[in-house]
Design a protein around this ligand. Structure first.
Ligand SMILES: [Cu+2]
Length: 632
């Protein structure tokens, strides 16, 4: 985004909230002026802390009370605890300690808070155990270690009873965290470091109350803009130093998860590494190291796919103690866990300039009053006849859009609702302008518009790979996503036809608006029966477009989980080595698609079950689709 466009977006947000100019807005903040407070700076984690002396990195840190401005200085502050290097402004996240394997680190940490703190993670990870060191108020602790284990580690501190031994907690100590990156002894490393932190009034990890989520100390649109040139290799460490799950999604490109770890372990200890996708889970306390090739120009986003974590409703309110739940409402604009990426053009490859004639489809965003109690329902309906569908006809999920790899398509989106929005073609490698983020996709000179009520927008793309994707509303003002504005986007290989006898789509979504909705399968909280024939092979295309929820998906018979073969993740075929029969279950959350091949061996009754996951644990809160398998 150009600085000007960001400013317009911000002013329109402030004006719509009745806040007037940003200067007035600051004066409205409830900001108790305590003398001990200093203002925390955002930390972009480019410059490491400390000084190198005689082969040793020496870092001095202090834990202090600070005022934090995650929306930028025109926004309101939160009063939290943070780390500082003496003589410098405190920062959120705290000063980054970054060394190569083999170096020796000495840290002196002074506790200037009025409470004792437990300090965790200021050590090497060779043992896979997190040490806790208590430092009394006013006291200083010393830490000496030999860095040996490469990874995007972090250190954190919390008052007794306010932290967890394996991750920071999103209360007042949730920003008392900093990166501790150990690079390999030699060679290139992932260059940028992004630390995600979180603040909630009660320190809760769920998504039912007010929350503020930040990357490197800032919430969108105050987050950093990342500039690259076409064909740059991008390599990032992304650290989820919070107690909430985040589903990190990259627009327009696939990325590779090169390494993954939690507070104490790297991936060689906890799970297999290297996977390709457009969305990946970073669990509470987890970090990932990712890489991707910026091979198309334009403006893109990297963000958490949970609506609550990209919602404008999480802008810091004037009085944080009276903050309202963020829930599923997108609010005015976007805020929170979003990074803007600008890729400068060069010799960019043409994605859809030539080739066969473009196929045009008309997609209508319809609404109908009183579908969810007093609230409207929404749905995308594809025109299949000579005349457009009725204005109040809604289908949830939206009509599947089925296109062919390599064939240019134009989807004309007609907005018949009363709200402006964009439409994102999730997982499709396309031209930035059509990516669907109004006010951001495209270039500074030609930004994608909001699709106004009664207006339309023609999205053009030529899908380069066959697979299972999603189309869904973006930049919506309210709960339009949870209320039905999404659908499957299937790309078939050239020459292939969609065979409804062997294809089964499973779309997982919220069953309507509200803070804690039930989960629906194919639009119903009490799902329709899936009908199969024994000994026939099916392709299951499982799409997760929930708002803020996570689930375990499983196929089960009377004797427990069935077996299936993974075919694709996020639209990309899995390597043949992974296409092996395995237990039919996996964890999913918003923004993920998976394809599986399933052959029921016997006739009988089975289920496709979703078990809601909250704070990392199965809850037994089920949504169950019956499966009836008849004899061949
Ligand atoms: Cu998130």
């Amino acid at each position: 985004m150009s600085a000007a466009a960001g400013y317009v977006l911000f002013v329109s947000i402030a004006a719509s909230m009745g806040m007037g100019s940003s200067a007035e807005r600051s004066r409205d903040c409830h900001a108790p002026a305590t003398s001990r407070e200093t203002r925390a700076s955002p930390n972009d984690n480019r410059a490491p802390a400390g000084i190198r002396r005689r082969g040793q990195l020496r870092v001095r840190l202090e834990a202090r009370e600070v005022a934090w401005y995650p929306d930028g200085l025109a926004g309101c502050p939160l009063h939290v605890h943070a780390f500082a290097e003496p003589g410098k402004a405190p920062s959120i996240p705290g000063p980054m300690i970054r060394v190569r394997a083999g170096e020796v680190v000495h840290v002196e940490l002074h506790n200037a808070l009025s409470t004792p703190i437990w300090v965790r993670g200021l050590h090497d990870r060779a043992t896979g155990v997190i040490d806790s060191v208590a430092i009394a108020s006013g006291a200083t602790g010393e830490f000496d270690f030999h860095a040996t284990t490469p990874g995007a580690w972090y250190y954190w501190a919390a008052a007794p009873g306010r932290g967890k031994p394996n991750m920071p907690v999103s209360a007042e100590d949730g920003q008392l965290v900093g990166a501790l990156v150990i690079d390999p002894a030699a060679g290139a490393s992932h260059d940028r470091v992004f630390v995600m932190t979180r603040w909630t009034p009660r320190g809760v990890s769920d998504n039912t109350g007010y929350q503020l989520n930040a990357i490197n100390g800032r919430s969108w649109p105050a987050t950093e803009r990342l500039d690259y040139a076409v064909n740059d290799s991008v390599r990032w460490h992304v650290i989820n130093a919070s107690d909430a799950l985040h589903m990190m999604h990259l627009h327009g490109f696939y990325f590779h998860v090169d390494q993954r770890g939690d507070a104490a372990h790297d991936s060689t200890l906890i799970r297999t590494i290297r996977s390709n996708g457009v969305t990946t889970a970073t669990r509470a306390g987890e970090w990932i190291s990712i890489s991707w090739l910026a091979d198309r120009d334009g403006q893109w986003l990297f963000h958490c796919h949970f609506v609550a974590h990209m919602s404008g409703a999480q802008r810091v309110p004037a009085d944080p103690s009276a903050a309202m739940p963020v829930s599923h409402a997108s609010g005015e604009g976007m805020a929170g866990l979003l990074l803007g990426i600008r890729i400068r053009s060069g010799a960019t490859r043409a994605i859809h300039a030539t080739g066969p004639r473009r196929r045009t489809m008309h997609l209508f965003a319809n609404s109908r009053p009183k579908v969810y109690g007093d609230r409207a329902g929404y749905g995308f309906v594809l025109q299949t006849d000579a005349v457009p569908p009725a204005r109040d006809s809604i289908v949830v999920p939206g009509t599947p859009i089925i296109v062919t790899r390599g064939e240019p398509v134009e989807v004309v989106v007609h907005n018949r609702t009363s709200s402006p929005f964009g439409v994102h073609w999730h997982g499709i490698e396309l031209e930035s302008f059509f990516d669907g983020v109004a006010g951001w996709s495209g270039t500074a000179r030609r930004l994608a518009p909001l699709i106004a009520p009664n207006d339309s927008f023609a999205a053009r793309f030529t899908p380069p790979r066959a697979g299972t994707f999603i189309y869904h509303v973006h930049n919506e003002p309210g709960e339009e996503l949870a209320s039905g504005l999404f659908g499957p986007l299937i790309v078939l290989d050239s020459g292939a036809r969609f065979d409804s006898l062997s294809e089964r789509m499973v779309v997982i979504s919220a069953d309507g608006p509200g803070v804690d909705p039930a989960t629906a399968i194919n639009g119903k909280a009490t799902p329709d029966t899936i009908r199969l024939v024994a000994r026939r092979t099916y392709r299951f295309r499982v799409i997760d477009i929930t708002s803020n929820e996570a689930h375990m998906v499983s196929l089960q018979g009377a004797k427990g989980p069935l077996t299936w073969r993974p075919l694709a993740r996020d639209g990309a075929d899995v390597p043949s080595a992974e296409r092996l029969p395995r237990a039919a279950r996996y964890n999913t959350a918003s923004g993920i698609t998976r394809d599986f091949e399933f052959t029921p061996t016997d006739s009988g009754e089975y289920v496709l079950a979703l078990d809601r996951i909250v704070a990392g644990s199965l809850t037994g809160r089920l949504t169950v689709a019956p499966i009836h398998v008849s004899a061949p």
